[in-house]
Write a protein that binds this ligand. Structure first.
Ligand SMILES: Cc1cc2nc3c(=O)[nH]c(=O)nc-3n(C[C@H](O)[C@H](O)[C@H](O)COP(=O)(O)O)c2cc1C
Length: 212
């Protein structure tokens, strides 16, 4: 069988929202890990919905908004383009941030023509407290993926890094305990590589049009 995995790099979209930089750091790490193994990567933040006055009233939020100004803003075509999609959001009352959800809600036209189906998805989050909604946020995000007909790539405990980081549903970080550390970043490397491996394996099973 022709080895299409070697000819065609997997396309990964890392689409995230971050107010104060934790989820941004996780997204950046996943993008880097994927680029290092030859994937084509689009690192995209979703659009801010909060008024400028709210952002500017919070120094950490304002500082991060300025430092991430050069990150491209996600559009639905980034998801359409991708074979694999990593979604990142801070927890908001145990749930997905409005900003990321607003982006997902713009995917309706892609969903209606089946263009979100059969892609590979995984998710990551940051909360401030250890029991503040790690799993509930990831599971809420995955509700959308079920509707897409997407394939969720759970990390489970498939690598020693998962026993250290501890979340089999995706990757999560507790920002109130400590800044982003190697444990979280290693778990992002693992999630990215597992997602890419799943997408690559599918390329090996589904014949690709020649020249792509
Ligand atoms: C409106 C709001 C709701 C939040 N809800 C929760 C929550 O339910 N549980 C929690 O642990 N942290 C909660 N947080 C804290 C953030 O999720 C946390 O600080 C996260 O690490 C921020 O990620 P970021 O730096 O990428 O923006 C909330 C923050 C805001 C502003």
């Amino acid at each position: 069988m022709e080895d299409v995995t070697m000819k065609v790099p997997v396309r990964l979209a890392v689409v995230y929202y971050s107010a104060t930089g934790n989820v941004h750091a996780m997204a950046q790490r996943a993008a880097l890990a994927a680029e290092n193994v030859g994937a084509e990567v689009r690192l995209r933040k979703v659009a801010e919905l909060a008024p400028v006055s709210a952002v500017e009233a919070n120094p950490a939020w304002a500082t991060h908004a300025r430092s991430a100004a050069s990150v491209a803003v996600a559009c639905p075509q980034d998801v359409e383009w991708a074979d694999a999609v990593l979604l990142g959001t801070p927890t908001r009352f145990g749930n997905v941030s409005a900003q990321l959800k607003q982006f997902i809600d713009q995917l309706g036209p892609l969903w209606s023509r089946g263009a979100l189906a059969d892609k590979f998805y995984a998710a990551f989050t940051s909360t401030s407290t250890p029991h503040g909604g790690h799993e509930s946020t990831l599971l809420a995000l995955y509700n959308c993926v079920y509707h897409f007909g997407g394939i969720i790539v759970a990390p489970g405990y498939t690598d020693p890094v998962k026993f250290a980081e501890g979340n089999p549903y995706g990757v999560s970080h507790t920002s109130g305990d400590h800044p982003i550390d190697e444990r979280t970043l290693d778990a992002m490397d693992h999630l990215a590589s597992r997602l890419l491996a799943a997408a690559q394996a599918r390329r090996g099973l589904v014949s690709e049009p020649s020249g792509t």
